[in-house]
Design a protein around this ligand. Sequence first.
Ligand SMILES: Cc1cc2nc3c(=O)[nH]c(=O)nc-3n(C[C@H](O)[C@H](O)[C@H](O)COP(=O)(O)OP(=O)(O)OC[C@H]3O[C@@H](n4cnc5c(N)ncnc54)[C@H](O)[C@@H]3O)c2cc1C
Ligand code: FES
Length: 282
Amino acid sequence: MSNCRHNPLKPYPATIVKIIDETPDVKTFQMVFDDPAVMESFRQKPGQVAQLSVFGVGEATISITSSPTRKGILEFSVKKVGMLTSALHCLEPGTKVGIRGPYGNHFPYEVMKGKDLLFIGGGIGLAPLRALIDFVLAEENRGDYGKIDIIYGARSMDDLCFKYDILDRWPQMPGTTVYTTIDRAEPGWEGHVGFVPAYLEEINPSPENKYAITCGPPIMIKFVLQALEKMGFSDDQVITTLELKMKCGIGKCGRCNIGSKYVCLDGPVFYLSQLKQLPPEF
Ligand SMILES: Cc1cc2nc3c(=O)[nH]c(=O)nc-3n(C[C@H](O)[C@H](O)[C@H](O)COP(=O)(O)OP(=O)(O)OC[C@H]3O[C@@H](n4cnc5c(N)ncnc54)[C@H](O)[C@@H]3O)c2cc1C
Ligand code: FES
C-alpha cells in the first residue's frame, strides 16, 4: 500500500460506521478510513488481513471479510477471545479506530479462473472465505468462474455467522449452492445436522476442474483435508488460510514463522502441497 511507505507500522485513522451482531461472540464492523485518499489507495485482495487497533489497548490481525469489489468500505468480523477483541466488542458506531495493511498474500483468484469452486467453512472461518466468495460472485467477475458450492457449519443456529449471506443472499445467486449445517439438532432448525467434514463426505463433490478452499477450527480443517484427499482432490487443488499468531504483519518480529516461512509474508493463504512441506507445528 503506497500510503504505508514511510512508516509501515503506522495505523491510519478510521471510523466504525456500522456494527452487525453475528453471533453471541462475533460482531462484524464496517469501517471507513477518515482520509478518502487512504480509502482509495487501500487496495486489498481477497484473503488479505489488516491490523486493527483500538487506541490505548493494542492491535490484532483480522481478515478483511469484505470483497474488494465493494468499494468505499471495509468489513471485519471479530470473535471476542481476549483483550483487544473484547475492547473492540465494546465500541459503538462512530468510534475511531486504527487500520494498517493490507498484509499477506491472497487467494489465487487468477489461477482459479474457469474452475468450479468449493468453499468449506466453519464458524468464524467463513470470514476470510467470504471476501473471495463475494469477489467471484460480483457481477464483473462471475463469468470467470464455474459453479460455486459453499459448505458451512457452526455449533448451533446462534453460532452461524453471516446468516443474511448463507441463508438468503448467496443461495439466490446463479450457479451457487449453499449447504449449511449445525453440530446438534435444535428446535427451529430444519436444515442439516452434523459436523462439516461428515456433511462434505455426504455431498461427495467431484474434484474435476475444481478448487477447494477451506478455513475453520483446526480440528475441522484436519478432517476436511482427509475427506478431500479421499475424494480424489490433489494437494494442489486444496487451499487453506492459517490463523497463527501475528504481530507486526510485515516480516520483522518473528512471531508468525513456521520453519522458514512467515505467515504474514508467505501466507496466510497456502496450498495443501505447500503446507505439507512445512514443519508440523501449524
Ligand atoms: C492471518 C490471521 C487472520 C485472522 N483473522 C481473524 C478474523 O477474521 N476474525 C477474528 O476474530 N480473528 C482473526 N484472527 C485471530 C485474531 O488475530 C486473534 O483472535 C486476536 O489477535 C486475539 O486478540 P486479543 O487481544 O483479543 O486476544 P489475546 O488477549 O491476545 O488472547 C486471548 C487468547 O486467545 C489466544 N489467541 C490469540 N490470538 C490467537 C490466534 N491467532 N490463534 C490462536 N489463539 C490465539 C491467546 O493465546 C489467548 O489464549 C486472525 C489471525 C490471523 C493470524
Ligand atoms: S507477524 Fe511479525 S514476522 Fe510475521
